[in-house]
Write a protein that binds this ligand. Structure first.
Ligand code: GLA
Ligand code: ZN
Length: 676
């Protein structure tokens, strides 16, 4: 593994000079504009395969060498990409097996991007040769500070070659067909496999109902993608082992298809591409969703990460492609830094003249000069990042975490019942938001991460519990941790087989309850959570709840609140179980936001955490970064109104001004305060 050692915040973005090679003078003009806008790091070669290998086996690296030399002469560094995000047309024409086969078993035609089989030896060999050549030629180029592997890996292939690899994966995992049949519960509907070759990937034209198979297929797709990436980086590790590698993650809720936590071993630094729909209604909510993605990206390696892509103005694929309002570019860029990013990068540097992204926001517009609002906004971010230099490499010291697990995501969605849309992602986000609103930094981790750094952990809807996880949670709580679990937890094991002997399965002892049934309500139906007299959280009153409602019996747990209506009126709605030195809470239904906020404000205190601010007004979000014991607070107002915040004695990291006590943040304003 190599460390990311870039000494300043990286500012720049996807730079695609190969689209402009036929227009002389563009590179020189780009350099002039990059310097003006304080750009110091660009990603080159992301979709450059056709320019790098115009004909099979004939490499043309001269243009790239000239670009890298020129960047270096001008003090600009580069992340060098491997071009596997899109292959040249000639390759698909001559070797059609490089094209993907969809789940309905039809081979794709040449087109688009991210349309390659990750298994076929033909494609792997093309990629290997290309990456070897790039690493040999540019591995030690002084402009290259790291590698950008492929682009936004995604998707799956169902070709024969992938089916073979899938079966090998299953053989390795189960060893015998008997074990596989048991794990897949194939006694149901006469599904028993009698030959390994009968097993194929799920298909809308065939099998979709074996949940264990569905899960294994998704695991395989992640494994195969990671394996492909491992092969991509092999020559880089060999030829330039000091250069760190990254690949860009993406997705509104982090892409569902690939379990990003499984990339831990192949990444030196994680990266994310963010395209929030600012101005689409509630910016505060959009900001929370975005910060969730950022916190997850950071938590994968638990260290600083790269904002690899974002738009300097509009995002052309959104339903309504709204411009960023004044102030929004600075705020949204700093938000990534606030959550631990060591770069702010854009898609893309120069707006393409043609094809599908010709209207996507870019730093340099079709007009070609610097006298634009967007260019000024970008320049301002560059100036801010320079002033923040002392923070490079600083950590976000989260002592709270929310568990968000891809296996669980897949399994929750696949189950028929207890309602169609179980809203796992939305639910996790609600818990995350309430924790953030309590004014603490939050990590977003999967079930397998260690819980060592944390004092409070939220584990909403932990339907699928992997082996060892219950024991880990028990250890966490018995050591003094505060854990919150909810309804629809501890239902199935890693093969999606229900736990026998009472829910929440392996979490039963920790929760100190038994869940007998679960009810599901229509959207306009509600029950209520009635807080018990003298409950230990000192929360009073009644709160609305609904969606999914667990009917539980306390065993060792103490009841803190009960349902207010229906045939289960009076049954527990919130319990707490003392477990060693800590406490395990169990919430039985999906409550209104007000309740979650009250709950987490108390639980954070119970866990002994000190919020970053005494109170966080609506619309305001706060994070911190720490370096060598020095704390910086990022206070961001995503709301549409001015907000008052009380801060401890601090110095503004941008203006140098000293502040103490109540300060006002105008709408979309950010303050970065160094604790004195
Ligand atoms: C993704 C891709 C980029 C570009 C942007 C546009 O993140 O990685 O190549 O297509 O979307 O928003
Ligand atoms: Zn394939």
């Amino acid at each position: 593994m190599a460390e990311w050692t870039f000494p300043v915040f990286g500012h720049g973005g996807d730079y695609n000079p190969d689209q402009w090679l036929h227009i002389p003078g563009t590179l020189e003009e780009d350099i002039r504009l990059m310097k003006l806008s304080h750009v110091n790091l660009v990603s080159v070669g992301i979709f450059s395969w056709a320019a790098l290998e115009p004909e099979e086996g004939k490499y043309d690296f001269d243009w790239l060498e000239h670009v890298l030399d020129t960047l270096h002469e001008n003090g600009i560094s580069a992340l060098l990409a491997t071009p596997s995000g899109a292959r040249p047309v000639w390759m698909a024409q001559k070797y059609p097996e490089v094209l993907r086969v969809s789940a309905n078993r039809v081979r794709n035609l040449q087109g688009g991007r991210h349309n390659d089989c990750y298994t076929t030896p033909v494609y792997r060999e093309f990629v290997r040769r290309m990456n070897v050549a790039l690493a040999e030629k540019f591995g030690h180029h002084p402009a290259v500070v790291g590698w950008h592997i492929s682009n936004e890996y995604l998707g799956e292939c169902h070709c024969e070659c992938c089916q073979e690899a899938f079966r090998s994966f299953l053989k390795e995992k189960y060893l015998t067909l008997k074990a596989l049949n048991e794990a897949y519960w194939t006694g149901f509907w006469a599904k028993k496999y009698t030959d390994w070759n009968q097993i194929v990937s799920p298909s809308p034209r065939g099998e979709t109902g074996i949940h264990g198979l569905n899960l294994d297929w998704k695991r395989f797709v992640t494994r195969q993608t990671v394996d492909f990436m491992r092969q991509e980086i092999q020559p880089i590790r060999r030829l330039c082992p000091d250069k760190p590698v990254t690949t860009n993650f993406h997705g509104g809720h982090m892409l569902e298809d690939l379990d990003y936590f499984k990339f831990q071993d192949v990444l030196d630094i994680s990266s994310f591409d963010a395209y929030p729909a600012w101005g689409s209604g509630d910016d505060d909510k959009t900001a929370l969703e975005t910060s969730f993605n950022y916190d997850c990206t950071r938590s994968i390696l638990r260290k600083p990460w790269l904002l690899r892509e974002s738009t300097p103005s509009m995002t052309n694929w959104q339903e309504v492609c709204k411009l960023k309002r004044p102030g929004m570019h600075l705020l949204s860029s700093m938000q990534a830094v606030a959550h631990g990013a060591d770069s702010v990068q854009y898609f893309q540097w120069r707006k393409s003249r043609g094809s599908s992204e010709k209207f996507h926001g870019a730093v340099v517009d079709h007009v070609g000069h610097e006298h634009t609002r967007v260019f000024r906004d970008v320049t301002q971010v560059g100036e801010y990042l320079e002033k923040l230099k002392p923070l490079v490499g600083s950590r976000v010291p989260a002592q709270a975490a929310v568990i968000y697990d891809w296996n669980n995501r897949w399994a929750v969605k696949d189950a028929q019942g207890p309602r169609r849309d179980k809203q796992y992602e939305a639910t996790v986000l609600e818990h995350y938001a309430a924790l953030r609103r309590a004014g603490v930094d939050v990590d977003v981790i999967d079930e397998e991460q260690s819980l060592e750094p944390y004092k409070i952990v939220a584990a909403p809807m932990m339907y699928l519990v992997k082996p060892g996880v219950a024991e880990k949670l028990e250890k966490f709580v018995s050591g003094g941790g505060v854990l919150l679990m909810t309804y629809w937890s501890g239902i199935v094991d890693e093969n999606d087989l229900c736990f026998l002997g009472g829910f929440p399965g392996p979490l039963k002892k920790l929760a100190g309850i038994w869940s007998e049934e679960i009810d599901s309500l229509y959207p306009d139906e509600h029950n209520s959570i009635c807080m018990g007299e003298g409950n230990e959280l000192e929360i009073e009153g009644e709160y609305e709840c609904g969606f999914l409602l667990d009917l539980i019996h306390p065993e060792t747990a103490r009841v803190q609140a009960v349902y207010g209506s229906d045939f289960y009126k009076g049954m527990p709605a919130l319990t707490v179980n003392d477990f060693g030195k800590g406490k395990a809470w169990y919430l039985t239904a999906r409550p209104e936001e007000r309740f979650l906020q009250a709950l987490y404000a108390r639980l954070v205190r119970q866990a002994g955490l000190k919020p970053l601010l005494d109170s966080v007004p609506a619309g305001v979000q706060v994070t911190s970064r720490v370096k060598e014991g020095q704390l910086y607070r990022f206070i961001m107002n995503f709301g549409d109104n001015a907000a008052q915040v009380k801060v401890p004695a601090s110095q503004d990291a941008i203006s140098g001004e000293q502040v103490l006590g109540e300060i006002e943040l105008s709408p979309k304003q950010i303050r970065i305060l160094k604790q004195m």
